[in-house]
Design a protein around this ligand. Structure first.
Ligand code: ADP
Ligand code: MG
Length: 648
């Protein structure tokens, strides 16, 4: 048989398909792929750049994990959340697959070891936080790696027009240049057609394919409840839920408050937000996971990567800023395929508050610049100075000092971040960081004069290269203690001494956000905020809020169809189980079809006599006549004389 006959290719395809199924069974225990999964996996294995647009719960992790296991080399996965990364790495390891992660919660040394492993060891999956890819260390090692696939999870973060833009995602394109022959797989559960296009452009997926699976969730009933008594409404909903649920609220304070109130009313309510200590958070989450009737009151920090299949209801106590966010959060209900509810509580003053928030989110550019100057003054940094400096930063303290609202400050800093001046990290477990502020000779002198400090300085120098450069270096106090033969407490004391002697700069480990400066301080006139990006982002945000409110006030279109159209599906069918569909069904069950609408349709092709119209409905003439009257009254229909009516 000639090598390239169709038959040969067919046999080859078949073999690959078999192998894929063997892997699926062996590692996951599943018998078959879901339809679009195979489509994406085949595309990737043919070496094509692919964008997979699939809803939450569709099984996107498998799309890179199966090819990653099957192909030679290491699969690099870019993903934004450290907790998610750890979770995935643990899961792969439990399946017997070697996997590791590099993120800012690790020390330089731990990162080095992991990257070595990826380059020369037998690592199959390397998870990377986006802010890690820019570093030289990573890029240098990447050249030594045999990369099978570059997977970009939550790929919408690359788009400024998306609802969750992260500037660090833009650096992923640079990776592509270093590994030009490696296919890219971009994954997201939320991309409008515009965002999808943006993802492809930024990731240079010129000949990329898009595989889109439907955003329909047959077992999910969408409901909007308009009420000015959200508490009462929430109680009634939760009383009717047989099973576990999530209640999303906007602020951290609300989580504890509402959970407490629900407990008073007999519910097993836990709460969760991003500002809690890791241990406390884990405890609340754990209890909820194992409680079949648990209620979790949380901010949007909760949920990504949480795999509880039997959530019966997701209630939004406050309105989201976008339908993308709403769809993701609501979608956490009913992953087991059983009937579940996504309920949104809307009150009459929601919109006013949304407009206020919107205004804070886009402070005037003068305010942004004022914030820039105030920040450098606050940090006591003069013109032409500050590049690479890192601070543990309390935004509330700063805001109070400069007499601005914390929200305004936060959003001003966000805009400065988008323009490359600084990074404000989220709250996370930040490792301690140090930097030597004296030269090597000076240090040598100190080591001789202050003998008690010699050991720790020597240990630091041995463990951490780069402490003399102008960047703060993450350290591991446990590691220093181990090598120097001290307790961790003693290490902390000694570091503090070094800091007091102005030998090092020292930021102890903490959970507060870090502020990292990327550029020296500029005269205020030279601070540049790209106006078009500011303006377009503002418009996009306004559009998203608008779409959200259209969803809330919609009474004519099926909610599921509304959402699917928003995400770019054409002509989606009605779900039959949302509040709009049910309302329509009720009307027809009571013998009250949408009579006005039907009459308008009848008259589309010309006038009819009232008698004819009545005859076409098989119901009592009174009702039809009433409908005709109302059409006449609002001027939709007019009397053409002789008992004939026609459209106005
Ligand atoms: P996503 O990232 O799209 O939200 P995940 O990758 O987290 O989804 O997968 C959701 C769940 O679906 C996981 O528990 C996963 O193991 C399961 N899953 C994925 N693919 C399959 C399959 N082919 N058959 C059965 N379960 C699957
Ligand atoms: Mg996922």
């Amino acid at each position: 048989m000639p090598l390239h006959s169709p038959l040969h290719i067919f046999a080859f395809m078949d073999e690959r398909l078999q192998k894929l199924h063997v892997i699926l069974k062996k590692y996951w225990g599943y018998d078959s792929f879901r339809p679009s999964q195979l489509d994406v996996i085949s595309s990737v294995m043919d070496g094509r750049d692919t964008l997979a647009l699939m809803p939450t719960g569709a099984g996107k992790s498998l799309l890179y994990q199966v090819p990653g296991i099957m192909c030679d080399g290491v699969c690099i996965v870019v993903t934004p959340l450290i907790s998610l990364m750890k979770d995935q790495v643990d899961r792969l390891r439990r399946m017997g697959v070697s996997a590791a992660a590099v993120h800012s919660g690790l020390t330089r040394r731990q990162i080095d070891i992991t990257l070595d492993n990826a380059a020369w060891g037998d690592l199959k999956f390397l998870y990377v936080a986006p802010e890690r890819i820019a570093g030289d260390t990573f890029r240098t090692r990447l050249r030594s790696m045999n990369v099978s696939l570059l997977a970009v999870d939550e790929a919408h973060c690359i788009s400024q027009w998306g609802y969750d833009f992260r500037p660090s995602y833009l650096r992923i394109a640079e990776l592509r240049e270093l590994i030009p022959d490696t296919p890219v797989l971009a994954l997201t559960a939320s991309a409008t057609p515009l965002v999808a296009e943006d993802i492809m452009r930024h990731l240079r997926m010129d000949k990329g394919r898009i595989v889109r699976s439907s955003f329909a969730r047959a077992n999910l009933s969408y409901v909007v409840r308009k009420t000015d008594d959200k508490d009462g409404q929430l109680l009634r909903i939760l009383e009717n839920v047989r099973g576990s649920s999530i209640v999303y609220v906007r602020t951290r304070e609300q989580t504890a408050k509402l959970a407490g109130w629900l407990r008073e009313h007999g519910f097993d309510a836990e709460y969760y937000h991003g500002g809690m200590q890791a241990g406390e958070r884990a405890g609340q989450q754990e209890r909820w996971m194992h409680n079949p009737v648990g209620v979790m009151v949380a901010t949007n920090a909760f949920g990504m990567g949480i795999d509880k299949a039997n959530v019966r209801a997701v209630v939004h106590y406050d309105i989201c800023d976008s339908l993308e966010a709403y769809y993701q959060e609501a979608g956490r209900a009913g992953r087991d395929g059983l009937r579940s509810y996504a309920v949104l509580l809307a009150s009459s003053d929601d919109r006013g508050r949304a407009i206020k928030r919107f205004e804070t989110e886009f402070p005037p550019l003068e305010t942004v610049k004022r914030c820039y100057d105030a920040l450098f003054d606050y940090l006591q940094i003069g013109l032409g100075d500050g590049k690479f400096a890192t601070y543990s930063f309390n935004i509330h303290e700063f805001a109070a000092r400069v007499h601005l609202f914390a929200g305004t400050v936060f959003n001003s800093l966000k805009i400065l971040q988008q323009n490359g001046y600084l990074t404000l990290t989220g709250e996370s477990d930040n490792p301690p960081r140090i930097l030597f502020t004296v030269g090597r000779d000076e240090l040598y002198r100190i080591r001789i004069e202050r003998e008690e400090l010699d050991n720790i300085i020597r240990t630091i120098l041995r463990l951490y290269a780069g402490v003399f450069n102008d960047r703060m270096v993450s350290i591991d106090e446990g590691e220093i203690a181990h090598f120097a033969g001290y307790t961790v407490e003693r290490v902390k004391e000694l570091l503090k001494t070094l800091w007091q002697m102005r030998i090092i700069r020292y930021v102890p480990g903490n959970r507060s956000p870090l502020l990292i400066l990327h550029e020296d301080r500029l005269p205020i006139g030279d601070v540049f905020v790209s106006p078009e990006s500011y303006k377009i982002r503002k418009e996009m945000t306004a559009d998203r809020i608008d779409a959200m409110y259209r969803y809330v006030s919609e009474t004519g279109e099926c909610r599921s169809a509304f959402l699917r159209r928003y995400f770019g599906e054409e002509a989606p069918e009605d779900c039959g189980c949302c509040d709009v569909c049910i309302e329509a069904k009720k009307r027809s069950a009571h013998g009250e079809p949408d009579m006005r609408g039907d009459i308008i349709l009848m008259l589309r092709h010309g006038g009819l006599s009232v008698k004819q119209v009545v005859a076409r409905f098989g119901v009592s003439p009174d009702k039809v006549l009433a409908a005709i009257d109302s059409l006449l009254a609002d001027g939709t229909v007019k009397d053409a004389g002789g008992g004939i009516i026609e459209l106005s």
